[in-house]
Design a protein around this ligand. Structure first.
Ligand code: HEC
Length: 445
C-alpha cells in the first residue's frame, strides 16, 4: 500500500500533502461504499418493518426488486435509468429520496451513481443477507512504526484526571504521558484521519471521529487502555468531525459531513436519534455541565443550542456570517462561545441568541475554543492563542504559539490546564496561569 500522510485534518487548513501521486480511484464496492449509505439513510423506511412505497432495500436481493412503481430500481450500467439513483437527485423534495430529509451529500450520490455505472455488482458473501451483516469488522491499515513527517494534531483529549493526553495520528490514536510528554501507547485500527476525540468520563474509553474525506467516515469507541475492544457506532461515506460525551458518559453525540447530530447510547452502541440540524458540516459539539443542553457549530454559518434529551434546537445563532468552526458552552449552559471564518469569537445568549461579546483581533479563522475554570481559550489559524476571563473578555492574554495553525484544543478539568495541538504535529500544555507552556512535544512516533 502506498503511504499517504494527509496533513490536513480540519477544513480551515484544507491542504493535502501526498507523499506519492494519488492512485486512480478504485472501483466502487457495494459492501464497503454503498451499503453504509443505504443503512444510514434509507433502510429506516425501506426494510421488513416499514416498506414505504412497497419497496425494501435492506438486502441486495430486495434492493433489485421493484416496489410500488413496478419499475426496476437499478439498471446496471445506467444510473440515469435507475430510479434508485434518479430519486436521489429529484428536484422536487416530495419525490426526492431520502424522503422528508436533507438530500444525500453530492459525493455519496456520485458514489452510488458510479457503482451503478460500473455494473451494480454485488461483492458481499450473500445477496440475501441483510445490509447490516455486510458491515463486517473494519480493519484499518497498520500505521508506520515511525512517521516520515508530522501529522497535524486534530483531535486532542485529556484522560479525566489529566495524567494522559490522546491525540489523533495516522490510522491511530497516540496516547502521551501529559507530564513527561512521552508516548505511552498507540491505539491502532483507526480511520486514516482522526478529526475529533473524546475521553469517556470514567476514563475507560475513547470516542474517535474521523475517516477519509469523500470516501469513508467512522465514529468508534475504543478501549483507552489499548485493548482490542472496539465498537463502531456509525460508518458513512465521508468524515465525522465532532464527538462529545454527555456528562456522566451514558450518551455520545457525533456529527460531521452528514450535517447532522447523532446521539448514541454508549452502553448498547445504538443510535437513539439522528437530527439533520444543519445545512452544512457540523464542526463542533459541546455540552453544558448538567447535560440538559448542547451546542453545535456548523459550516452553514450558524450555531445552535439544543435540548440535551430530544436534540431539538432551542436557539440558533446566525451572526457570524461565515462558517462557524468551533463551539464551547459555559458550564451553566447560559452562554455559548463560537469562533469562525469571520476571524471573530462571539459569546451569545443560549436562551435567545443575543450577542453578548464580539471579540476580534485574531486576524485569522478562529479554529478552536474551550472553556476552563471560568476562562475562555481560543486558537486561530495563524497560530495565535488567546486566553481571557469569561466574565471580562477584555482581560486578554496572548500566549506564545509556534505560528503553526491551531488544529486542536483540550482542557483538563482536574488541574484546569489546557493543551493546544497544531498543524505542525506538536502539543503544548499550559498550567492555568502560566504564560509559557509547561511542556511541549511532537506527537509523531
Ligand atoms: C422517510 C421515509 C423514507 C426514507 C428515509 C427513504 N424513502 Fe424511499 N420511499 C419512501 C416513500 C414513502 C416512497 C413511495 C414513493 C413516494 O411517496 O415518493 C419511497 C419510494 C422509493 C423508491 C421507489 C420504489 C418503487 O418502486 O416505487 C425508491 C427506489 C426509494 N424510495 C429509494 C430510497 C433510497 C435510496 C433512500 C435512501 C437514500 C430512501 N428511499 C429513503 C420513503 C422513504
Amino acid at each position: 500500500m502506498r503511504l499517504r500522510l494527509v496533513i490536513s485534518i480540519f477544513p480551515l487548513v484544507a491542504a493535502t500533502l501526498a507523499m506519492a501521486a494519488p492512485a486512480p480511484a478504485p472501483a466502487v464496492s457495494f459492501a464497503r461504499d454503498v451499503a453504509p449509505i443505504l443503512r444510514e439513510r434509507c433502510t429506516g423506511c425501506h426494510d421488513g418493518r416499514k416498506a414505504k412505497g412497497k419497496y425494501r432495500l435492506d438486502s441486495f436481493e430486495w434492493l433489485r426488486k421493484p416496489g410500488g412503481s413496478g419499475e426496476a430500481p437499478v439498471v446496471p450500467g445506467d444510473p440515469v435509468k435507475s430510479p434508485l439513483h434518479r430519486l436521489l437527485l429529484a428536484a422536487d423534495p416530495d419525490d426526492r429520496m431520502p424522503k422528508d430529509a436533507d438530500p444525500l451529500p453530492a459525493a455519496q450520490i456520485e458514489r452510488i451513481g458510479r457503482w451503478i455505472r460500473e455494473g451494480a455488482a454485488f461483492d458481499g458473501p450473500d445477496p440475501k443477507a441483510s445490509l447490516d451483516s455486510l458491515r463486517g469488522p473494519t480493519v484499518h491499515p497498520v500505521p508506520p512504526s515511525r512517521y516520515p513527517r508530522p501529522v497535524p494534531v486534530a483531535g486532542l483529549a485529556f484522560r479525566p484526571g489529566g495524567a494522559e493526553i490522546a491525540s489523533g495520528g495516522y490510522h491511530e490514536v497516540l496516547v502521551h504521558d501529559a507530564v513527561r510528554g512521552t508516548l505511552s501507547r498507540r491505539i491502532t485500527n483507526i480511520a486514516e484521519r482522526v478529526a475529533a476525540l473524546a475521553w469517556s468520563p470514567d476514563g475507560a474509553r475513547l470516542a474517535v471521529a474521523g475517516g477519509t474525506p469523500g470516501r469513508d467516515g467512522e465514529v468508534v469507541l475504543v478501549d483507552a487502555a489499548g485493548g482490542t475492544n472496539r465498537a463502531v457506532l456509525a460508518s458513512s461515506g465521508d468524515l465525522f468531525l465532532a464527538v462529545a460525551f454527555a456528562p456522566g458518559g451514558g450518551r455520545l453525540l457525533a456529527g460531521g459531513t452528514d450535517n447532522a447530530v447523532s446521539c448514541f447510547d454508549v452502553a448498547t452502541g445504538k443510535r437513539a436519534w439522528f437530527l439533520a440540524h444543519h445545512a452544512d458540516w457540523v464542526t463542533g459539539i459541546a455540552w453544558n455541565a448538567a447535560g440538559d443542553r448542547f451546542a453545535t457549530s456548523s459550516r452553514d454559518r450558524t450555531a445552535r443550542v439544543c435540548d440535551g434529551t430530544t436534540g431539538e434546537a432551542v436557539a440558533s445563532f446566525t451572526e457570524h456570517g461565515a462558517a462557524v468552526l468551533c463551539v464551547a458552552f459555559a458550564p451553566d449552559g447560559k452562554q455559548a462561545w463560537t469562533g469562525g471564518r469571520d476571524a471573530r469569537l462571539r459569546a451569545w445568549d443560549a436562551a435567545n441568541s443575543d450577542t453578548r461579546q464580539n471579540l476580534d483581533g485574531f486576524d485569522a479563522d478562529v479554529s478552536r475554543v474551550a472553556m476552563v475554570d471560568g476562562r475562555v481559550v481560543a486558537g486561530a489559524a495563524n497560530g495565535r492563542i488567546r486566553r481571557f476571563a469569561a466574565s471580562d473578555p477584555k482581560e486578554t492574554a496572548t500566549l506564545c504559539g509556534s505560528g503553526s495553525p491551531i488544529t486542536a484544543l483540550a482542557v483538563d478539568e482536574a488541574s484546569k490546564a489546557f493543551a493546544v495541538g497544531t498543524h505542525d504535529g506538536r502539543v503544548r500544555i499550559w498550567k492555568p496561569d502560566a504564560a509559557e507552556p509547561s511542556i511541549e512535544f511532537p506527537t509523531a512516533p
